[in-house]
Design a protein around this ligand. Structure first.
Ligand code: FES
Ligand SMILES: [Fe+2]
Length: 361
């Protein structure tokens, strides 16, 4: 007889060797968020970011295409750019080799003196990138399946929930350092079994917990719920768009989530794993450039003071507990009917988490 499904062994959250395997394996072959395409408004605009311990930069070409490169000069390995900016060509600060916005080597002081050297053989190393509703995602695995295979229907659904996505710009960013393994934070995000007890504001004025459910959709975990009655909402949600009275979220394994609050308000979670027991969660809020942003600011503040603050205590306590000699992984509460009081999404997540690490052993 098989017993209940048990939670993942504690060492997955506490062992630095597991974190190393995840950084070199999982993070290097999954789709990771790089930047918002509005950070790259014109040809030559660039933005740097780090994925799986690698420094990368995205840059818009004259053909309007955004390309992503490893941030390393092909001469003697100096870093090419830092932060954000705009440039006509990419110039290495070490010996001034210059590259086109397409990554081809353009020129370098005295390189004509190199015998039998064909400069067309030198090009910056390009990385797979995809635009997804104005968000740029990157995958270090050249053979990775496209995002639509990983996350079936997510793009089409999000387009329906956020019909004005092309007008949206990052409006507020909240950076939340948490003293826990990234998986503890992601799991906490992926079940609402703890919501009634720990998130009174979220449960009473954003969503209707009895209608909450989370179901896997490929490697996406799809959260759906109706919102509370219009009178119980803390802001006016009448956006004029369809789905205005629903809350929905699309968690894209392993470290990003799109959420749409009632009123079709887009916001995101982006986990950045720092080490075995530290993660930084970036909460992003988006609004059209010309919009009155008071509602978004109010929502971002309400969220930071309630749900976010409440979750930090939970995840940090769990991380301490996972190091306890007295902990043996307990059974997950899996209700065949799903619903808010079921931990079936944790079962799916922990399967992916286990596979990601065991594959590389
Ligand atoms: S290392 Fe970049 S020009 Fe020499
Ligand atoms: Fe929570």
């Amino acid at each position: 007889m098989t017993g209940p499904v048990r939670s993942l062994a504690a060492r997955y959250y506490t062992d630095p060797e597991v974190f190393r395997l995840e950084t070199e394996g999982l993070l290097a072959r999954t789709w990771q968020f790089g930047c918002h395409t509005s950070d790259l408004p014109e040809p030559g605009a660039y933005a740097t970011f780090e994925i799986a311990g690698e420094s990368l930069f995205a840059i818009r070409g004259h053909d309007d295409r955004i390309r992503v490169f490893y941030n390393v000069c092909q001469h003697r390995a100096h870093q090419l750019v830092s932060g954000r900016g705009s440039t006509r060509v990419v110039v290495c600060p070490y010996h001034a080799w210059t590259y086109e916005l397409t990554g081809e080597l353009r020129a370098g002081p005295n390189i004509g003196a190199i015998k039998a050297f064909d400069k067309s053989t030198v090009c910056l190393s390009e990385v797979r990138a995809e635009e997804f509703l104005g968000f740029l995602f990157v995958n270090l695995d050249a053979d990775a399946a496209p995002m639509d295979d990983w996350f079936p229907n997510a793009r089409a659904e999000l387009t329906e929930w956020v019909p004005n996505w092309a007008d949206l710009r990052p409006h507020e960013w909240v950076e939340i350092p948490e003293n826990c393994n990234w998986k503890v934070s992601v799991e906490n995000y992926s079940e609402c079994y703890h919501c009634a007890l720990n998130h009174p504001t979220f449960a009473s004025s954003v969503v209707k917990p009895e209608t909450y459910d989370i179901q896997p959709q490929g490697k996406c975990l799809r959260h759906t719920t109706e919102c509370q009655g219009l009178d119980d909402m803390t802001y006016d949600i009448r956006s004029g768009f369809e789905h205005f009275d629903e809350y929905s979220s699309w968690f894209l394994w392993p470290m990003f989530s799109f959420q749409v609050y009632p009123g079709n308000i887009l916001n995101t979670y982006h986990w950045r794993a720092v080490d075995t027991d530290h993660v930084v969660v970036w909460r992003g809020w988006y609004s059209p450039e010309e919009a009155d942003d008071a509602t978004i600011s109010q929502l971002a503040a309400q969220d930071r003071e309630t749900t976010v603050a409440e979750d930090i205590h939970l995840v940090e306590s769990v991380q301490r507990g996972l190091s306890s000699r007295g902990y043996r992984p307990g059974p997950l509460v899996i209700d065949p009917c799903g619903g808010v009081n079921s931990e079936h999404p944790i079962m799916h997540l922990q399967k992916w988490m286990r596979e990601a690490v065991d594959l590389d052993r």
